[in-house]
Design a protein around this ligand. Structure first.
Ligand code: ATP
Ligand code: MG
Length: 476
């Protein structure tokens, strides 16, 4: 038994076609019947009229009425049709088939004929019970010589033919309906089957099996639906992967400093080291602790940004100052790889309205990335310039670069091209959001093997903002 959409489609098609066919069929049958009946009528009518016109007064010569009438009968008679001559009362005066006198005809064709037009009546013959057509015409030769010629013809043959047509066209209707039925089942199946497959697949996905894919190449909306679902599953798999990667890299990130802290702690505890060595051990413990604090802070920042709870203390910030400070901070790290940092800026300050610490965090990450992913003995170019009412910072390295497929994802949270370099993969995700909170943009361009360029654009401080922010640093 069919259910749902399938049934709906089949039923609707069926009813629609059935109604259309019934309409056409009835119009056709009515037209057929009218055509047959009219042609019989026209044949009789034209014949009798011609005869009456042609033989006009020559009939009157006969003084004897009965021979006059038999003359009339002779000239007017038609094959397959019985002819009656009536007087004005409708009484039968002569009859082509037998001698049945004194019958009075009362059908509507007679008064119609007396009025002057040709009368027509269709009905059942009283005697035989056959369905007949009567056509009556007035014959008026003046001086009370008024008669009616009444033809009666059986309609049985015509009706039989019409029934035949009805049966045949009925068969055609049934045939068409069967065809429509099969076609609409096929159509319904082509819709329902993929929907069932998609439903089954999405039920699997709902259970957490994201390796399931909807197979088959469907068209139109259904195709779109299935590819959207497949895409969704892929995205879920991918983000799960990113999450798993993150957990493993964060555990690793946490374990390394902890191991080192623990190791030095135990070493120092056992005692017997000279003050120099002790100092070095403590320094390492402190450095590793800072690294842990930094890591945890990054995670906290990230979750604050996620929940829109990042508080910013905005004031006038000199972008140039921020960058110079960062260059001092990363100098040691750059030195290790013999990387030189070069700052190009025309103006003194490049003022913007923002949170100095947060901006420092952004550029620290961008420049740290540049150092981290650069080769030994290279340059990193940092440029500040003004573009319309924006301050633009460009950090350009000639490092390992990022391939196109990774480039579109590096700003995703926890995303790292490889996990060898440490870190959490949160740096750019946080930077991007912080820059957006400042009303700016962060763009990355890169070519694998050739280096990366990060462009940060921030709205420059206007004169009025400059004035206001000096008085009251706003908290956003
Ligand atoms: P974190 O910043 O948390 O220490 P991270 O530096 O790995 O970790 P992001 O700053 O978000 O995280 O960078 C994400 C990834 O983008 C990096 O792991 C690296 O693969 C790629 N990437 C970022 N900047 C560069 C760059 N200048 N050159 C090459 N690859 C880069
Ligand atoms: Mg980073």
């Amino acid at each position: 038994m069919m259910k749902g959409i399938r049934r709906q489609i089949v039923l609707q098609y069926f009813i629609l076609v059935l109604l259309a066919l019934l309409l056409i069929e009835s119009i056709f049958l009515v037209a057929m019947q009218k055509y047959y009946y009219d042609s019989i009528y026209n044949y009789i009518e034209s014949n009798s009229k011609n005869v009456i016109r042609y033989y006009n007064s020559s009939f009157i010569d006969s003084s004897n009425e009965s021979s006059f009438i038999s003359n009339l009968m002779y000239y007017l008679k038609l094959e397959n049709t019985s002819l009656e001559i009536l007087d004005t009362e409708g009484r039968v005066l002569a009859l082509s088939s037998g001698f049945e006198s004194d019958r009075v005809v009362q059908t509507s064709d007679v008064p119609q004929a007396l009025k002057g037009s040709t009368g027509r009546w269709i009905g059942k013959d009283v005697i035989t019970g056959e369905s007949v057509m009567a056509v009556s015409t007035k014959i008026d030769y003046g001086n009370d010589n008024v008669y009616i010629a009444r033809y009666v013809t059986s309609m049985e043959r015509v009706n039989d033919a019409l029934v035949d047509i009805l049966v045949w066209s009925g068969l055609i209707v049934v045939g068409v309906l069967v065809l429509v039925f099969t076609i609409s089942i096929g159509l319904a199946n082509s819709i329902v089957r993929p929907i069932n497959i998609i439903t089954a697949a999405s039920a699997e996905m709902a259970k957490g099996r994201f390796d399931v894919r909807i197979e088959g190449d469907y068209k139109y909306e259904i195709g779109e639906l299935s590819s959207t679902l497949n895409y969704m599953a892929e995205e879920i798999v991918r983000s799960n992967q990113v999450k798993d990667d993150f957990i493993s890299s964060i555990s690793h990130e946490l374990r390394t400093p902890l191991t080192s802290i623990k190791g030095w702690n135990e070493t120092l505890e056992s005692g017997g080291y000279d003050p120099e060595e002790t100092k070095m051990g403590l320094k390492i413990i402190s450095k590793e602790t800072n690294r842990l604090i930094g890591l945890v802070e990054e995670l906290l920042d990230f979750s604050k940004l996620q929940q829109n709870e990042m508080k910013m203390v905005k004031g006038t910030v000199s972008v140039r100052e921020v960058l110079q400070e960062i260059m001092l901070n990363v100098w040691a790290k750059a030195e290790q790889k013999q990387i030189k940092l070069r700052l190009t800026a025309d103006e003194e300050d490049y003022l913007i309205l923002g949170d100095g610490n947060r901006l420092k965090q952004v550029f620290l990450n961008v420049i740290d990335n540049a150092i981290k992913f650069s080769h030994m003995n290279t340059w990193i170019d940092i440029t500040i310039k003004r573009e319309q009412d924006q301050v633009v910072v460009i950090v350009q390295d000639t490092g390992i670069g990022i391939s196109e497929e990774h480039l579109e994802r590096v700003k995703d949270r926890f995303y790292q091209v490889d996990h060898q370099h440490g870190g959490t993969g949160l740096g750019l995700a946080i930077s991007q959001q912080l820059i957006e909170l400042h009303g700016g943009t962060l763009q990355m361009e890169s070519e694998l093997g050739n280096g990366t360029t990060v462009t940060v654009k921030l709205p420059a401080l206007t004169q009025e903002e400059h004035f206001e922010s000096d008085i009251d640093p706003e908290v956003v």
